[in-house]
Design a protein around this ligand. Structure first.
Ligand SMILES: Cc1cc2nc3c(=O)[nH]c(=O)nc-3n(C[C@H](O)[C@H](O)[C@H](O)COP(=O)(O)O)c2cc1C
Length: 154
C-alpha cells in the first residue's frame, strides 16, 4: 500500500514519531513517504492567515497518517489549516496521531484527535485508527504500540 505520513512538527517530537512509523510501516512491505508541513510563521495564531510553504499532493496515496502536536488544548493551527484545505479524502484509509506534553486527561489529546477525525470524515476519509503520545519517559513504548496498531490497519 502507498502510504503518506503527513506531519507538522514545531520542535521535532511529532516528526520523530513519524520517522518511527515510516520504519515500521515500511517493514510491513508498504511504500511510505513522510510529507512534512512547513508554515511561513510558526507564531501566527489566526487560522485564516496561516501560509503554507508547500502543499503536498495527497491524491496519489492509498492511505494517510496525519500527525501533529497538541497546541493550546487542541489541534495545532498549522495542521488544522493544512487539513482544512485538502480538496478530498474520498476512499482513503486514514489514521491520526498527536504528541503532547501534559500527561493528564483533558489537556487536549482527545480534543485534537476529534478535530482531525471531523475534518477527515467531512472530506470522505475513512478514519480507522488514532493514537496519543505523551512526551514523557515511556514514550518509546507508546510509539511501539501505535506503530503496531497502525501496521494492522493498512
Ligand atoms: C505553543 C504550545 C502549546 C502547547 N499546548 C499544549 C497543550 O495544550 N497540551 C499538551 O499536552 N501539550 C501542549 N504543548 C506541548 C506539545 O504538544 C508537545 O511538546 C509536543 O510533543 C510538541 O511536538 P513537536 O515537537 O512536534 O512540535 C504545547 C506546546 C507548545 C509549543
Amino acid at each position: 500500500m502507498k502510504i503518506g505520513i503527513v506531519v507538522y512538527s514545531q520542535t521535532g517530537n511529532t516528526y520523530e514519531v513519524a520517522q518511527k512509523l515510516e520504519e515500521a510501516l515500511s517493514k510491513k512491505g508498504n511504500s511510505v513517504k513522510i510529507e512534512r508541513i512547513h508554515v511561513a510563521d510558526e507564531k501566527q495564531r489566526d487560522l485564516n492567515k496561516i501560509q503554507m510553504l508547500s502543499i503536498p499532493d495527497l491524491s496519489t496515496y492509498d492511505a494517510l497518517v496525519f500527525g501533529s502536536p497538541v497546541h493550546a488544548f487542541s489541534l495545532s493551527h498549522p495542521m488544522t489549516a493544512f487539513m482544512s484545505q485538502i480538496p478530498t479524502l474520498q476512499d482513503k484509509k486514514i489514521t491520526c496521531f498527536v504528541t503532547k506534553g501534559l500527561p493528564l486527561n483533558g489537556t487536549g489529546g482527545n480534543q485534537a484527535i476529534g478535530v482531525m477525525k471531523k475534518i477527515c470524515e467531512s472530506k470522505g476519509g475513512d478514519v480507522c485508527g488514532s493514537g496519543i503520545i505523551v512526551w514523557k519517559k515511556d514514550r518509546e513504548k507508546q510509539i511501539s504500540k501505535i506503530s503496531e496498531e497502525f501496521s494492522k490497519m493498512f
